[in-house]
Design a protein around this ligand. Structure first.
Ligand SMILES: CC/C=C\C/C=C\C/C=C\CCCC(=O)SCCNC(=O)CCNC(=O)[C@H](O)C(C)(C)COP(=O)(O)OP(=O)(O)OC[C@H]1O[C@@H](n2cnc3c(N)ncnc32)[C@H](O)[C@@H]1OP(=O)(O)O
Ligand code: FAD
Length: 556
């Protein structure tokens, strides 16, 4: 995040000064924004940067215990520099959060500089190799030119020039949220690879006396656990491509001072980061548990995969908070639509009158037709966004201010943002396959995946569709059965579909997911290498167990 921030927030002179140092690994940096007391609420950050026009320097301070920077990756022991987000003060006025490049450690002996107290925050649930750290600043001076001034400036005499948009400072976070959508796709693909390969190797139980134990991948319940998640990994692959394309287009516009789509990008990236990381987080656990006891071994790769992925639901914007950000934008879009404004592409459906399109229960609808089902996802999203938006309006009519009305409706707003994100993902998956140049055989297999994703998405949220009369109960049951009927068809290509992710064994880091399927021999080999097995009798025997046993044996 250090380098992307410099690339996005530096003037051209600052780029020439800092970026070559980064690219040549002459300095290593971190993104120091979160503090002990604030991670979500950026306007509440307490680190200060006071401008001294006499020396043309900023004086950085951590004025309170809660202002100590806390969590930034590689801050503890590795980074020589940081982008520090601090409240800018100049000529006695506070101008809000701005980015500053701060050198933390000497480039000669790596010791912290004067006014810098830095260290590791201690062991975490995962991310073991990462020295997430703390930073306390005490009257630490940096040159005026270390404030990143592409969008806002402080002149030598301390005059402040404000940015065209205050939220341009938040740009790196949007970029990383887009990366996390990709990270979710990769993590779910890895977990699916491990679980499906292992399920093809593992044989268990005797269905009928005398018959060979079946592969657990042949059980419909195992298929029902794993194949919708496999389909989701493919769906997230296509949605991260679409998300990156939108990010790149909007970022190009921003670089040309066109800020018209910055809100749409923020809302979409927030919703997709939250939706994909939540779904992946839960999916990793389903994959682990589908591997029985061996799934719980470190040898499976699942413990580290989960422990390293799960903070994706928290960092770069806690998921609930981001869903509320997305919903806040959707509510504004409903208002804009009602006032006759044209809505941007990803939300244009909110100006359509989808309610007239479908009414649940009418017979003869083709419930296996994906284009038809995507229109039901659209209706569900539109209904939920309008319902939540009406809740906000009723709150305001009852005398609340906008903040109060948004907060009062926040549970429904999160549901609406989830439905919006789900519609975008399902639609993107189906549309991406139409554009794919592939053999008819491959198109058929991918269509099976898209179908099970769409069917199971409705089955798992059938209440949404039935409550709004989008589907009748019997139609929802039919769609649920359509998903189950697809499972044996997907079974035929399941291993090939995970092999297609092409994870090398060294990357997958899983004995259960080995490409050669040679699990048991390698589990035993892995166990032999356990530190506890360095000696047959563990040294602790002589200190504890031995004396205890001998003492008790003398009593027999
Ligand atoms: C598997 C992983 C793979 C790859 C990932 C790679 C690396 C991952 C490893 C570690 C990285 C982790 C690093 C971090 O965690 S860095 C710290 C991240 N911190 C956050 O994300 C903080 C979250 N909080 C916020 O963003 C903001 O506080 C807020 C919640 C959005 C609230 O903003 P605030 O200004 O206080 O209040 P609002 O009134 O809600 O917003 C005002 C106005 O601004 C608009 N807005 C907000 N954010 C953005 C944005 N990013 N872009 C554009 N616009 C934004 C908001 O919509 C509102 O607009 P209005 O028009 O409605 O007024
Ligand atoms: C592994 C890891 C790496 C990290 N790396 C970095 C880094 O490199 N740089 C950096 O600056 N930070 C980093 N962070 C910090 C991270 O960005 C924050 O932890 C994250 O933004 C969440 O903020 P918080 O901790 O304040 O959570 P909180 O906001 O305190 O969340 C606690 C609860 O409060 C709820 N909540 C908060 N606000 C609202 C609201 N307005 N409405 C409803 N509910 C609300 C949340 O939904 C959540 O349930 C990292 C964190 C982790 C775990």
């Amino acid at each position: 995040m250090f380098i992307p921030t410099l690339e996005r927030q530096c003037t051209s002179e600052q780029r020439e000064k800092f970026l070559p140092l980064c690219y040549d690994y002459r300095i290593i940096g971190t993104y120091a924004q979160t503090e002990l007391g604030h991670g979500t609420f950026l306007r509440g950050l307490e680190t200060t940067a006071h401008y001294d026009p006499n020396t043309q320097e900023f004086i950085l301070n951590s004025p309170t215990i809660s202002s100590i920077k806390w969590w930034p990756g590689a801050l503890g022991k590795t980074s020589t520099h940081a982008v520090v987000l601090a409240q800018l003060y100049t000529l006695g006025k506070c101008h809000g959060i701005h980015p500053f490049v701060v050198q933390l450690r000497s480039l000669d002996d790596h010791k912290p500089l004067r006014g810098i107290t830095v260290g590791d925050i201690g062991p975490k649930m995962g991310f073991g190799p990462n020295d997430n750290g703390y930073l306390k600043l005490h009257k630490h001076r940096i040159p005026r030119t270390n404030m990143l001034m592409k969008y806002s400036q402080v002149s030598p005499d301390g005059t402040y020039t404000k940015p065209p948009r205050s939220t341009l400072t938040y740009g790196t976070m949007t970029f990383v949220r887009v990366l996390i959508v990709h990270g979710s796709a990769i993590a779910l693909a890895k977990a699916s690879t491990i679980a499906i390969r292992y399920s093809a190797v593992r044989r268990q139980s005797e269905l009928r006396p005398g018959e060979p134990e079946p592969q657990i991948l042949s059980y419909p319940t195992q298929q029902h656990k794993l194949f919708p998640l496999l389909a989701t990994a493919y769906a997230f692959h296509f949605v991260q491509l679409a998300m990156m394309k939108i990010y790149t287009d909007v970022n190009d516009q921003i670089n040309n001072s066109n800020f018209s789509r910055i809100q749409e990008l923020h809302a979409l990236s927030s919703g997709l980061k939250a939706f994909t990381s939540w779904v992946t987080n839960a999916g990793l656990e389903v994959c682990r548990m589908s591997c029985g006891g061996h799934g719980y071994s470190q040898a499976s790769g699942f413990p580290r995969l989960y422990a390293d992925f799960t903070p994706s639901c928290t960092y770069e914007g806690e998921n609930t908070v981001l869903m509320l950000q997305s919903a806040r934008y959707l509510v504004k879009c409903v208002r804009d639509a009602r006032s006759g404004k044209t809505l941007p592409g990803t939300v244009s459906y909110l100006s359509e009158d989808v309610s007239a399109v479908h009414s649940g229960g009418s017979s003869g609808r083709d419930l296996s037709n994906l284009d038809f089902l995507i229109s039901l996802y659209k209706q569900r999203a539109s209904n939920q966004v309008h319902f939540a938006s009406d809740k906000v309006d009723r709150g305001i009519s009852a005398g609340m201010d906008l903040v109060g009305a948004l907060n009062s409706a926040s549970v429904h707003l999160v549901s609406a943002a989830k439905a919006h994100s789900h519609y975008f993902i399902a639609k993107t998956f189906v549309e991406s396959l139409k554009l794919l140049k592939a053999s008819s055989e491959l198109q058929n297999v991918l269509h099976q995946l898209a179908s099970v994703y769409v069917f199971e998405g409705i089955a798992q949220s059938s209440g949404d569709f039935i409550e709004d009369y989008i589907l009748s109960g019997s139609e929802a049951k039919t769609i649920r059965q359509l998903a189950v009927d697809l499972l044996p068809l997907i079974r035929v290509n399941a291993v090939s579909l995970v092999d297609a992710f092409s994870f090398r064994d060294e990357v997958l880091q899983s004995v259960l997911g080995r490409y050669d399927g040679n699990v048991y021999e390698n589990l035993f080999k892995w166990a032999q290498n356990s530190p506890l097995n360095k000696t047959d009798v563990h040294p602790s025997y002589h200190k504890y167990l031995g004396p205890l046993l001998k003492r008790n044996q003398s009593k027999l």
